[in-house]
Design a protein around this ligand. Structure first.
Ligand SMILES: *Cc1c(COP(=O)(O)O)cnc(C)c1O
Length: 447
């Protein structure tokens, strides 16, 4: 890639300006061997599923934008550490700039605080840590559809976790919240569940929370960037209230076109910074400016991540016509797929998607859940078998109790109903949906 080559050359000139070094680096004289290993590596990497191709509509996976990996690679040759300003002044600045853009996107004002993390799990852990510090002894509650990390992190934090039941549409039971309100300190609202992309009804939840003196944390690790195009979504009203949440987690490595290693946590009120106070003798603070490491549980973090995200947002800003245009196309792909599914004989859409994730199933002749499970497992397997002419989906299990509230005509002879699930998170999906439907119909197991 000539762009990367040119930028690398420019950095070499900068490095050489300190006085050029003879080739004593660990790569000197090893070029032949390195070439051979790179070739071996490429062969081994071909063992992946085709995450780049729209026939892969399985999990939340896609390659980063070229500007992201180019920028990451470039910054990584220096290897700045965004733990402390001194570990990488320019990439720390970039991190502050992108965080400012993220806080504006969600609607926070200049009194907010935030930083990048290595992912959504650690970002949520940090938000829950703050939740526990603010309400010691109180529980953290999240719906049954919340990411499993919340329950596990409550164990890490030695904090009680309350699981809120959901109805057949996946909506948390607010009467349950009211009944348990005195025990709950912070409630986690998932804006785009990992399973079905459900946007939980933030507007109503905030009302109940306010009446009962409960803090609200939004886990928007997957869905956060859909805020950019919320006026195109049925969940628009809930996105309008996002800024009322005390903290928000958004993963740039999910819908922000970044390589893995890029999450973020944002706080409405910068005063929470006091809970991170530490007196590390190792951190070499040479300025009074805020050091990102002072407001974060993690220490070393790749400055390259901030560089990659910064460069991506320079190219595709956090606007409806910038990064938003990609999110719009994913919504159109899911809508197109869903309307096809509803008209296809022998298939059913499980429910209308809120975002870009669809769940559906092939209908078994005898309307039993056990046969539904085996027939859909077969559809799933066949796509993989056909490999380059097939498709890659994921399977999603719904407790039979919930499934039969929607489809009461099914015989309940298994604990779970296994559905097919597709994440249409690539721009290319919109175009490919018809082909995917055709492939699904063609691979139809004979039953
Ligand atoms: C992906 C996801 C997480 C976990 O984030 P990682 O970046 O995978 O650590 C948490 N919550 C939700 C809603 C997610 O979709």
């Amino acid at each position: 890639m000539p762009i990367l080559k040119n930028a690398l050359r420019k950095l070499d000139t900068w490095r050489d300006s300190y006085g050029s070094l003879s080739e004593t680096g660990s790569s000197a004289g090893q070029l032949d061997k390195i070439r051979e290993i790179a070739d071996q590596l490429a062969s081994r990497l071909e063992g992946n599923y085709p995450f780049h191709h729209p026939s892969y509509a399985g999990q939340m996976l896609k390659p980063p934008h070229p500007i992201a990996w180019l920028s990451y690679a470039l910054a990584m040759t220096i290897n700045p550490n965004n733990h402390a300003l001194d570990g990488g002044p320019p990439t720390s600045e970039m991190e502050k700039e992108v965080i400012q853009k993220m806080t504006s996107m969600v609607g926070y004002d200049s009194n907010s605080l935030g930083h990048l993390t290595s992912g959504g799990t650690i970002a949520n852990l940090e938000a829950l840590f703050i939740a526990r510090e603010i309400h010691p002894g109180k529980a953290i509650a999240a719906s049954e559809n919340a990411h499993y990390t919340h329950q596990r992190m409550c164990r890490v934090l030695n904090c009680e976790f309350i699981k809120i039941p959901v109805n057949h549409r996946g909506i948390p039971d607010l009467d349950f919240v009211k009944k348990n309100s005195t025990k709950i300190g912070t409630l986690v609202v998932t804006m785009g569940t990992t399973g079905l992309g459900i946007v939980e009804p933030l507007e109503e939840i905030l009302k109940v929370a306010e009446e009962n003196d409960i803090r609200v944390h939004a886990d928007a690790a997957y869905g956060g960037f859909f805020k950019l195009i919320s006026d195109e979504l049925s969940s628009n009203i809930h996105w309008q209230h996002l800024f009322e949440c005390e903290s928000i987690v958004i993963d740039p490595h999910k819908h922000g076109l970044q390589p893995y290693g890029c999450g973020s946590v944002l706080y409405k009120d910068a005063a929470v910074g006091k809970y991170f106070k530490h007196d590390s003798p190792y951190t070499y603070f040479t300025s009074d400016d805020l050091h990102l490491g002072e407001i974060s549980l993690e220490c070393s973090r790749a400055g390259a991540s901030a560089a990659a995200f910064w460069a991506t947002l320079e190219l595709m800003p956090l606007t409806k016509s910038g990064l938003g245009s990609i999110l719009s196309s994913t919504i159109r792909a899911a809508e197109k797929f869903s309307s096809h599914m509803k008209e296809l004989t022998g298939w059913k859409l499980y429910q209308e998607p809120d975002l870009d994730i669809a769940a559906y199933f092939k209908v078994p002749a005898d309307k039993s859940i056990s046969n539904l499970n085996s027939i859909n497992q077969e559809v799933f397997d066949k796509g993989m078998e056909l490999d380059k002419k097939g498709y890659h989906l994921s399977l999603f299990k719904i407790p039979s109790g919930i499934f039969s509230k929607k489809f009461p005509e099914y015989k309940v002879d298994a604990d779970y109903a296994t559905l097919l699930r597709s994440v249409f998170m690539k721009e290319e999906h919109e175009e490919f949906v018809d082909e995917l439907i055709e492939r699904l119909v063609k691979c139809n197991p004979a039953r």
